[in-house]
Write a protein that binds this ligand. Structure first.
Ligand code: 0WD
Ligand code: CA
Length: 441
């Protein structure tokens, strides 16, 4: 691991200083902390962080287990048992934002940050009514339109020069300098797989010009769930967007406008590049807003993830929140390097009663008092081994061939191969453009 990578990882995972054997690393680490604490000075932290933090140990330096990469693969499947992934934390490079894009109120693509919003800190007990506007000021994205990777591919075509290998050689006929292209949300699903007991997934993979594209396919179970959503469930999905409207302003100097329309077509997405072990990744994720302070660190460190969740009233609710929800929140924000998750806790009637900040790097400490709780290292090692499995399996370089990877809870990951099928997802306009520009070399 390079010095720089380790430094980032330690800051991101918030190592306890006394467990760090390298004094020069400690210096860097405390500098990072100071900077981050300064920029985050206005933000409240979840109370447990401070009370528990000092006696918690870092999870990774005490891990022992199988050597990295020695997880015995079965001939066809990939194990999803968490016990197989409890080894040292894998190299995960600090994610770098290489670009961004926006989707407007009609879901049109723009290669810029016009939809980026600014976080406006609410009071601690704000009494935001999340039900307001559901009936009359809500425009919902058409979920029957499956966009697959299209927006990311559009971004790639508009930004080829940032990604292509400087010298195209026959030895390395890589159109893009990355191994994988996908949505952040798909990687989040991979990270949480060893702990997922309810929902399976289907991921379609195509190798094209030596880059592996990963795009989700809706499962039968997910489709049925979508169809059978209750009216209350539909309304609750609106609540998350409404919370964004109460806390996000369109400009640095403006204020949120809770009287406006909530339109879920609108999105701002960051595109980041990073590396997990030997997998070079390019992925995009939707970002809710950024820090207003012009002196805040650059992206992705200035980004803020907003969440809503039911108020926690009982020890059982607290335990479930730690075991299930914080796992998803951590995975989603850790991947692109978003440092803060800000949560609005709502009562049964959809009114936000408290707002708390969860620094991403502290989430894994918060949960350690939970018996049988999740571990970041298991999530990351599983993801790395899955990507290795994909590289080894999806060998035919052909835009119309799909390797369909399938996970059902408590089962291994398996796959099937499909030619020119309903699963093919790379659009002709993308294949044509990449093919013609590459053939010029
Ligand atoms: O299957 C998917 N997840 C697909 C996502 C298929 C096709 C498109 N997308 C894209 C959309 O363009 C959207 O803008 O998802 C983008 C977000 O991608 P992501 O960041 O990789 O997704 P994820 O991390 O799962 O979700 C981030 C946010 C969500 O916020 P919360 O706080 O609830 O996690 O993106 C929203 C949602 O607000 N979101 C979506 N928006 C549009 N389409 C979708 C979706 N399918 N899923 C989540
Ligand atoms: Ca959010």
């Amino acid at each position: 691991m390079t010095h720089c990578t380790r430094q980032w990882l330690e800051a991101a995972m918030d190592h306890h200083k006394s467990h760090n054997p390298d004094p020069s690393c400690q210096r860097h680490q405390s500098a990072y902390r100071r900077e981050r604490n300064d920029s985050g000075r206005n933000h409240r932290e979840f109370q447990n962080v401070r009370s528990n933090h000092h006696h918690l140990h870092h999870p990774y330096q005490h891990q022992s287990g199988p050597t990295p990469g020695k997880n015995p693969p079965s001939s066809r499947g990939l194990s999803t048992r968490k016990e197989n992934y409890e080894r040292d934390f894998p190299v995960y490079k600090q994610p770098v934002e290489v670009g961004c894009f926006s989707l407007d109120s009609e879901r049109r693509f723009f290669n810029d940050s016009r939809q980026l919003r600014y976080y406006s800190e609410p009071e601690r007990n704000p009494h935001f009514d999340l039900k307001d506007g559901y009936k009359d000021r809500f425009i919902k994205r058409d979920e029957s339109v499956k966009e697959k990777l299209d927006h990311i591919l559009r971004w790639i075509l508009a930004n080829r020069s940032k990604l292509s290998s400087k010298v195209a050689t026959t030895a390395s006929p890589c159109a893009l300098d990355v191994d994988f292209v996908t949505w952040r949300g798909h990687l989040t699903k991979l990270l949480t797989t060893p702990y997922e007991t309810r929902e399976g997934w289907l991921l379609a993979v195509t190798r094209f010009r030596n880059t592996l594209y990963i795009s989700e396919v809706e499962t039968e179970a997910a489709r049925r769930e979508l169809e059978n959503r209750t009216e209350r469930h539909q309304e609750m999905m609106y609540w998350g967007y409404k919370f964004e409207q109460y806390t996000c302003a369109d400009n640095v100097h403006s204020s949120p406008d809770p009287g406006g329309v909530v339109n879920t077509n609108e999105a701002f997405c960051t595109v980041v590049q990073t590396r997990l072990t030997d997998h070079r990744l390019l992925f995009s994720g939707e970002v809710d807003c950024r820090d207003k302070d012009p002196n805040a660190p650059g992206p992705p460190a200035c980004y803020v993830e907003l969440k809503t969740s039911a108020e926690i009233c009982t020890p059982k609710q607290r335990s479930n929140f730690h075991r299930f929800k914080l796992l998803k929140w951590w995975a989603q924000s850790f991947l692109p390097g978003v440092p803060r998750v800000i949560a609005g806790f709502r009562d049964h009637d959809g009114v936000v009663v408290t707002v708390e900040t969860f620094p991403t790097s502290k989430i894994s400490h918060l949960i350690k008092s939970e018996p049988n709780c999740w571990k970041p290292t298991v999530c990351m090692n599983f993801c790395s081994d899955f990507l290795t499995f994909v590289k080894r399996t999806a060998t035919e370089d052909n835009p119309s061939v799909v390797y369909l990877f399938s996970y059902e809870p408590h089962r291994d990951v398996t796959y099937s191969i499909h030619r020119d099928s309903q699963y093919s997802f790379l659009p002709h306009w993308y294949v044509r453009e990449i093919t013609s520009s590459q053939d010029l070399h």
